[in-house]
Design a protein around this ligand. Structure first.
Ligand code: ADP
Length: 681
């Protein structure tokens, strides 16, 4: 601590070490050495055998990072941890000496000893005041100076013990001590700000990079896949799981990604809990942090508020206040979920997990879970010593100083998650959610465009087919009408028959078109009633009996014991039966046979129409149920038809939750089997 310039040589006595410390602070010296100098100054200049500086970590533990006194005291004390809660009990008993807190030995009698400054081996005081001197320093006397940020937040404590003159310090020495405490407060405040800044810059850049990567892809699955490993790296996580559930605002299927990619599927109860938890946090604008207790037996979930830092006074406010970002809960899910989450974390060797929800507007549709093993993350960095490359702090920081490797951390949140990391995780999840949403919407838009294009093609096809189908019979009607008009008396009877047949064809085409329209109309609902399928078969066979007789086709109904009830639309199902039986009769040449039967199994009923007719070739079978398709077989084409019957049948069967199957060989006949679910009534 040699001052070299002219000014320094003029500063002497008690002020000199203070000047040296100020100078170091201004020059951006590393925090650990500033704190050492403060402890040294507090001990040597103010006159105490021991001075120790502890640092308040974000996990509410005070850790001794700097000790002045004997080497033994240093070795014994550096790294000692005391929970703030314990210290608060003690501080509550203190007398305020200006900004110092003095706890007379008498008052400490009832408190449990906490191992704080057990300096039995420290150098003995030089003077020994008489035992009845009221100002005599008692072995249990405690004097602490809170180290505060300029805003008043508690950052640490400067504790002194064993005054060299054996007395409780007078006003002048207290003032000196306050001065050293102020300097230590400034040093710690600077360190924290520098670390804050460095961490903010690093995370800001990482979040930006992840966001740009996410928006660079228009494929939702790719967005999630790509982001996952980057999130793990940026947020120093050993385990990452991104899960997107297709719901509400987010159409599409579920998607997830993991880091490392090989890790096992998350058990269902954990997913159930996490999904619920994520949605609660989305609504509240918070994230959750779940930690496993040191003995591994218990889980605690903390809610992290992103916008408001909660503050709690320390020891009634005498020492300042501390940030209190945590509100712990142990009521995690139900018992089974709690056990599953604990087992899941154990199984993956994880000790804490941070969960940030994904969503848009009021809709929550997933989460990003980041997890760490013990000691991972920023908790590894030694603050206050370490501020490499940030805030102009010189030296190689964390590699030096008393806090080296001690796992302290100004920015270390509970279980190693800093406030900045928590905020970054939340931002990443939000952006990722937005990117996934955009990609999904785009995908949906593409599908819709394709559907619209297909619909357009279909509509054009329909118009030309319908025009064609109408033109043929109408042209024929026109021709024969002209013949009749020319000479009504001489008009052949056949002309009237042709007109009649073609008119029937036009009417049945229009009838089929209207039916098709009704079936494709999303708004239209079927009339649900109890329908007897057996009766429908009886009626359909009766309807075509005469026709079959005229064509020389044997039409038989296989006997069935009685009614076969299903739930459905009577008229629609009647149409199915009539169409299949009608086709079978129509496409079966004279001498053939059509056989109709109904049967039931445990859960289904079947309507089977078998014929020994023309049969259908394999290529024709592929397209048989599409609108306007008519067989390529000239023999079949010669018979009148619209090509709409089977497509109507298929739609009706589908609307009833059933299916239709065709077995056919060209020249050998066909069997159509309709399967419908049995009525539950
Ligand atoms: P349409 O009978 O009015 O032409 P469909 O949609 O009912 O229209 O039938 C489509 C095509 O399927 C028919 O043109 C016909 O070639 C063929 N088809 C339908 N049923 C049979 C069957 N039982 N035997 C042979 N071919 C059939």
């Amino acid at each position: 601590m040699e001052a070299t310039d002219e000014t320094a040589r003029t500063v002497t006595g008690d002020l000199r070490p203070v000047y040296q410390i100020m100078r170091r602070l201004n020059l951006g010296g590393d925090v650990a050495s500033v704190l050492d100098a403060v402890a040294e100054g507090a001990a040597a200049t103010v006159g105490f055998a021991v001075a120790a500086i502890s640092y308040l970590r974000e996990d509410a533990t005070l850790e001794i990072v700097s000790v002045a006194g004997s080497a033994e005291a240093r070795e014994q004390l550096v790294g000692t941890l005391v929970p703030l809660a314990l210290m608060e009990e003690e501080l509550a008993l203190a007398d305020a000496w200006g900004s110092l807190l003095f706890i007379p030995a008498e008052r400490l009698a009832d408190l449990p000893t906490d191992g704080w400054i057990p300096v039995a081996d420290a150098a003995a005081p030089r003077d020994e005041p008489s035992p009845d001197d009221p100002d005599r320093w008692r072995p249990e006397d405690t004097l602490r100076a809170p180290l505060r940020s300029p805003e008043g937040e508690l950052l640490g404590l400067l504790s002194v013990d064993l005054p060299l003159d054996g007395r409780r310090p007078d006003a002048a020495r207290r003032e000196q001590l306050e001065m050293y405490a102020d300097l230590a407060g400034i040093a710690l405040g600077n360190a924290r700000r520098a670390v804050d800044l460095a961490e903010q810059v690093r995370l800001g850049a990482a979040v930006d990079a992840i966001n740009s990567e996410a928006v660079a892809s228009l494929d939702a699955a790719q967005v999630v896949d790509r982001a996952t490993a980057s999130i793990a790296a940026a947020l120093r996580s050993d385990w990452v799981r991104v899960r997107v559930v297709g719901a509400g605002a987010l159409p599409g299927t579920d998607h997830g990604a993991r880091f490392p990619t090989g890790h096992a599927e998350t058990p269902a109860p954990v997913v159930a809990w996490a999904t619920r938890e994520a949605c609660d946090h989305w609504a509240a604008g918070t994230v959750s942090l779940t930690t496993v207790s040191a003995d591994g037996a218990m889980l605690t979930t903390h809610t992290r508020h992103l916008d408001t830092a909660t503050r709690r006074p320390v020891a009634g406010g005498a020492a300042g206040w501390v940030s209190q970002p945590l509100s712990p809960r142990t009521d995690i899910g139900d018992e089974a979920e709690r056990a599953a989450v604990l087992a899941h974390l154990h199984g993956n060797d994880l000790s804490s997990m941070l969960m940030a929800p994904m969503g848009a507007g009021t809709d929550c549709f997933g989460y990003v879970v980041l997890a760490r093993r013990d000691g991972a993350g920023t908790g590894d960095r030694a603050v206050p010593g370490a501020v490499p490359g940030a805030g102009g702090v010189a030296g190689d920081g964390g590699a030096q100083g008393p806090a080296d490797g001690a796992g302290s951390g100004a920015e270390t949140g509970a279980a190693g998650w800093s406030t900045h990391e928590v905020r970054a995780a939340s931002q990443v999840a939000r952006h990722l959610g937005q990117a996934v949403l955009n990609a999904r919407l785009l995908e949906r838009e593409h599908v819709l465009v394709e559907q619209l294009e297909a619909l357009d093609v279909y509509k054009n096809d329909l118009i030309s087919t319908v025009s064609h189908e109408l033109r043929t019979p109408l042209t024929s009607i026109q021709g024969h009408l002209e013949l009749i008009e020319d000479d009504p008396a001489a008009a052949p009877a056949a002309s009237f028959q042709v007109v009649r047949r073609n008119l029937d064809r036009v009417l049945s085409l229009i009838d089929d078109l209207l039916t098709l329209k009704r079936l494709t109309d999303r708004e239209a609902t079927s009339e649900a009633a109890i329908v007897d399928l057996h009766q429908l078969a009886v009626d359909a066979v009766a309807a075509f009996r005469l026709h079959a007789q005229e064509d020389g086709v044997r039409l038989v109904l296989q006997p069935h014991g009685g009614p076969l009830l299903i739930s459905g639309d009577h008229d629609e199902l009647e149409r199915v039966a009539l169409n299949l039986v009608g086709n079978a009769v129509k496409y079966t040449p004279a001498g053939g046979e059509v056989s109709v039967s109904v049967e039931r199994s445990e859960r289904f009923v079947r309507f089977v129409c078998r014929d020994t007719g023309l049969g259908i070739s394999k290529p024709d079978q592929e397209e048989l149920f599409t609108e306007f398709f008519r067989s390529t077989n000239p023999e079949a084409l010669a018979r009148p038809g619209t090509g709409l019957g089977l497509s109507i049948v298929r739609r009706i069967v589908q609307r009833h939750g059933g299916s239709i199957r065709l077995e056919s060989e060209l020249g050998e006949g066909s069997t159509f089997t309709v399967r419908l679910p049995l009525s539950r009534l």
